[in-house]
Design a protein around this ligand. Structure first.
Ligand code: HEM
Length: 215
């Protein structure tokens, strides 16, 4: 992704923010704004990671099955965020005015679905950590996965407390922040499963051995 693409993601989010205000905090636009912001966070996280590694082709550090588990985890995390925005859209936090329409879904039901998805993400994260440990994976992926697990637990506690305490604003804000941190860590775990060294290392193989024998 080039600088121009990143620029347009930032700009479209700014325009979307303006539209959200113009349409009086319509819940669908508020949800779209949150999702676009998460896309922006993803781009920023990948960029940050790219500044810390080389330009050689990415080399996986784990097998295909583990990478597939990571894809499931990422997909479940995306779904968790999407459903979270519906919980907010159907809930009582409509901004300054109580006249703002809400999404026509049952708040209790969608909140429970959101919590079930959170448990699925927690379980997949634990499964990933367990598999990484079993295959003696490098420290990087293991540490990132452990950190993600702890972040999820903290975020889950905030989620339940705000659910049972009539959504105090400070906890809602913390829960939004927690969602951003969780999303960054999901991406960091995914990125830790491969490496891009500065220079391609020529490992001694049959060709190298042949030239040594000739010399
Ligand atoms: C553990 C991972 C979790 C993540 C990443 C997450 C993420 C989110 C996101 C992205 C939103 C929407 C924010 C917005 O649109 O402003 C949200 C809202 C919400 N979440 Fe979670 N959530 C998690 C767990 C939970 C759990 C376990 C519960 C317990 C029921 C919960 C309860 C809620 C509630 C009640 C809202 C609506 C808040 C409002 O109306 O302002 N969350 N969550």
């Amino acid at each position: 992704m080039c600088i121009r693409d990143r620029f347009w993601i930032v700009m479209s989010n700014a325009v979307l923010g303006g539209i959200v205000v113009l349409v009086g905090l319509n819940p669908y636009t508020v949800a779209a704004h949150f999702v676009a912001t998460s896309a922006l966070i993803a781009v920023a996280t990948v960029m940050w990671q790219r500044t810390r590694e080389g330009d050689t082709a990415p080399r996986p550090l784990v097998g295909k099955a583990v990478r597939q588990l990571m894809w499931f985890l990422t997909a479940a995390a995306v779904l968790l965020i999407l459903v979270g925005t519906v919980v907010t859209g159907a809930g009582p936090h409509a901004g300054d005015s109580s006249e703002v329409e809400r999404m026509p879904v049952d708040w209790e039901t969608v909140s429970k679905l959101h919590a079930v998805l959170a448990w699925i993400v927690v379980t997949l994260t634990f499964a990933l950590w367990f598999v990484l440990k079993a295959v003696d994976a490098p420290k990087g992926p293991l540490n990132r996965t452990r950190e993600l697990f702890l972040i999820l637990l903290a975020q889950g506690v905030i989620g339940y407390v705000q659910y049972f305490t009539d959504l105090p604003e400070v906890l809602v804000g913390l829960h939004m922040f927690g969602s951003a941190v969780m999303w960054i860590w999901v991406l960091r775990v995914a990125l830790s499963l491969r490496e891009r060294p500065e220079v391609a290392v020529d490992l001694p193989g049959p060709a190298a051995e042949a030239s040594l024998t000739k010399a």
